[in-house]
Design a protein around this ligand. Structure first.
Ligand code: SF4
Ligand code: SF4
Length: 143
């Protein structure tokens, strides 16, 4: 299973990863196409700065995912070690957002659904990692 690793000291909070995540999930490689997609694409990770330190909010693919435990609609599942969200089943109750200890599920208030990292549909190359200009992000295979 893949995990996204983060080296805070290398992060400039440029948010290139957020941008590339949103563009990739709009099924394009072009920012000008992504802007006009309806609904507008959302990033599935966030870079925040707290007390002068850059931090990342991204799904940790927990072994015992709290988000799955509290999802009553069955939208969130753990399969082959990866936590997936079926957006069609999501009822927008936000239980998972409250439960996630890493604050790594986000609200898409336009569609009234939760949104989380899908490891770029389990592709080899992740948009955030590939786009980070400083190498602050990397992928680690874990058991
Ligand atoms: S969304 Fe949060 S609780 Fe769920 S697997 Fe990811 S980090 Fe864990
Ligand atoms: S917001 Fe959606 S995914 Fe989250 S717990 Fe509610 S139904 Fe499940």
């Amino acid at each position: 299973m893949k995990k996204i690793m983060f080296i805070a000291e290398k992060c400039l909070a440029c948010k290139t990863c957020e941008l590339e995540c949103a563009i990739t999930h709009a099924n394009t490689t072009n920012i000008n196409d992504a802007i006009w997609k309806v609904p507008q694409p959302f990033p599935r990770l966030r870079i925040i700065t707290e007390n002068g330190k850059n931090k990342i909010l991204r799904c940790m693919q927990c072994k015992k995912p709290k988000c799955v435990e509290v999802c009553e609609s069955g939208a969130l599942k753990q399969e082959n070690g990866m936590v997936t969200l079926n957006e069609e089943k999501c009822t927008g109750c936000w239980n998972c957002i409250e439960a996630c200890p890493f604050k790594s599920i986000f609200k898409n208030e336009l569609l009234n659904i939760a949104i989380k990292c899908d490891l770029c549909n389990n592709k080899e190359k992740l948009a955030c990692v590939a786009s980070c200009p400083t190498g602050a992000l990397s992928i680690k295979e874990v058991n």
